[in-house]
Design a protein around this ligand. Structure first.
Ligand code: NAD
Ligand code: GLY
Length: 361
């Protein structure tokens, strides 16, 4: 088992990477003082719930599980309420720890429930998708979607610990694996030139689910994310670079309807668009832009936007982002491999050029 620390003062916590499902000693120790509610969904429950629950139940603790419907379209307030229903129906006290067993949807919802149940209780992440293992389980962003915007209702809430077992990726559908890989590429582009080169070299092993390669990918991404979050927990500045590709990606997700395009797929093409803008601005050479596009494409991610997307639909979604950011549109661009940065300093006409080059109308 490898362990890394997210350094956040009294909110610091470990990320354990290794055979967490077969060796549950650290998990048991972390949960020892708590009542436990496991939150998962109806796809993951048959695969992993009993493996986590049985040893905890055997230790005589108060424990229950809530199984949510699977899907980004259920990452909403109505479904979140099911967690509160269970907590209250079973009289869970403030000593409860919520255990998120699943991908980013389960993790974001469980974290938000933990942030708000009785004004805040503990939670633990057991991420089971690549996206959740390399990104969403670390850093404490939690929340749900609103019909008018993604992740618009939420809170910062750091977990007590993160337990990552890469072997759970063996049951993950291939398109979900590729979607998670979008966030991996993102980390390389914005903060890890050597990491990016490692991904290019070991792509075949990674997609063959070689456990050693996967462990290196997950460790590398967690290290980059932990480093960024430790400097800017609540996204006052630097942390925004983790949104590389996300302005365009969120526009696609919101316009298409949640669950139609996977988050990682939308981020994949979103990164291609942000790369295109960086090239148009003369920040990077065409050769580097091509390397980024090639890795996105080799990962099986889309490099073109859905046919239904138009310049106008992008601008509507982007304007909403702008309102959220007090009227200024900031984008994450790249000025060298491993050097992503947030900027409002660009000619809006170039944004329109990028959008027009990706859209039919
Ligand atoms: P997801 O949670 O919907 O999981 C993807 C699919 O895989 C689901 O059908 C799920 O049931 C299934 N699944 C999960 N683990 C499995 C396994 N081991 N075997 C078989 N099937 C499995 O999607 P995701 O890509 O993990 O997460 C996307 C969400 O994460 C989005 O809502 C996004 O906004 C959020 N996100 C949050 C952060 C953050 O910092 N909090 C960062 C990035 C993304
Ligand atoms: N995924 C973006 C962030 O955690 O800040």
């Amino acid at each position: 088992m490898k362990s890394y620390q997210v350094d956040l003062g009294d909110r610091s916590y470990p990320i354990h990477i290794g055979p967490c499902l077969s060796d549950q000693s650290l998990l048991q120790a972390t949960l020892s003082q708590h009542e436990i509610l496991i939150v998962t969904n109806d796809t993951i429950a048959p695969l992993y719930l009993e493996r986590i629950m049985a040893p905890l139940r055997a230790s005589g603790k108060k424990i229950a599980a809530v199984i949510l419907p699977d899907g980004e379209q259920y990452k909403d307030l109505a479904t979140l309420n099911r967690i509160f229903d269970e907590l209250l129906a079973q009289n869970f006290s403030r000593k409860v720890v919520l255990v998120a067993l699943g991908g980013g949807v389960v993790g974001d919802m469980t974290g938000f429930a933990a942030a708000s149940y009785q004004r805040g209780v503990d939670f633990v992440q057991i991420p089971t998708t690549l996206l959740a293992q390399v990104d969403s389980s670390v850093g404490g962003k939690t929340g749900v979607n609103h019909a008018l915007g993604k992740n618009m209702i939420g809170a910062f809430k750091q977990p007590l610990a993160v337990f990552i077992d890469p072997s759970t990726l063996l049951t993950l559908p291939k398109n979900e694996f590729a979607a998670g890989f979008a966030e991996v590429i993102k980390h390389g582009v914005i903060q890890g030139a050597d990491y990016f080169a490692m991904l290019e070299t070991r792509l075949t092993q990674i997609f063959a689910l070689d456990m050693a390669a996967l462990t290196d990918v997950i460790s590398g991404s967690c290290a980059i994310k932990a480093h960024v979050v430790a400097q800017d927990e609540t996204e006052q500045g630097l942390r925004a670079i983790l949104n590389f590709g996300h302005t365009f990606g969120h526009a696609i997700e919101t316009t298409m309807g949640y669950g139609r395009w996977l988050h990682g797929e939308a981020v994949g093409v979103g990164m291609v668009m942000a790369t295109d803008m960086s090239r148009r601005l003369g920040l990077i050479e065409p050769q580097l832009a091509q390397r980024i596009v090639d890795l996105v494409e080799q990962a099986g991610l889309p490099i073109r936007v859905p046919e239904q997307m138009t310049v106008a639909s992008f601008m509507t979604a982007i304007d909403r982002d702008k309102k959220v950011d007090a009227g200024t549109l900031r984008l994450v661009l790249v000025r060298a491999l491993g050097d992503g940065f947030l900027t409002a300093d660009f000619d809006p006409a170039l944004l329109k050029d990028t959008l027009a080059s990706f859209c039919r109308g």
